[in-house]
Design a protein around this ligand. Sequence first.
Ligand code: HMH
Length: 240
Amino acid sequence: MAISLANNKEQVEKKMERATKEISMIKKWLNQHQKLYTAATRHPFTLSIRDGSVDLSAFKRWLGQDYIFVRAFVPFVASLLLKAWKESDDDSDVEVILGGIAALNDEISWFKREASKWSVSLSSIVPQKANLEYCRFLESLTSPEVEYTVAIAAFWAIEAVYQESYAHCLSDGSKTPEELKETCQRWGNDGFGQYCRSLQNIANRRLEKSPEDIVSKAEATVIRVLEYEVEFWNMSRGET
Ligand code: HMH
């Protein structure tokens, strides 16, 4: 009897250990920083798109500023591609990132078309403070001293915020104006969702094998991304 109880206890412990291990690092972070993640993915700006109350001048401001951001995003993703090629033990990482670069190529063309549709002159956009700071942060992440694991975690966070924010604008009950639906589709579509899950899986796989100091650095970097995203939405609303 005593033996079977001990065995049972051991089994329960093993099960618990397995259960906790199965919670990925990114899930843990999202639990720990839920407030900040929600601030970025349920921001008043995207919520105003979802409920149809959005100020169109704010939307145009976002459009022009995000074009500048995306242009600065390209060299960051290129540096990430180089890190994946050098450091990754899995060939498919390079392919996922290359897919991201291809999507950005398409995105830049889309911004030009969309800007012309809204009479936004992209050549005369002056980057605002929150944008400049975010772009400078992206540039700092291109340094070879920033580990692949840290950079891929940041990349996941940057893409995930847009995916979650814009998918929410298309979900049940949304009143997104017709002329803004295409924008929401760009980041809110299922293919982009799948791509974000691939990035999350790569980041989790790397984090599992990383020493504690790299995991901490990656976490701090993701937190900064989320803060910059909130600031970017604030700026789009005209608050900064
Ligand atoms: C500010 N964050 C910002 N702009 C974007 N286009 C994305 C994330 C996603 O690509």
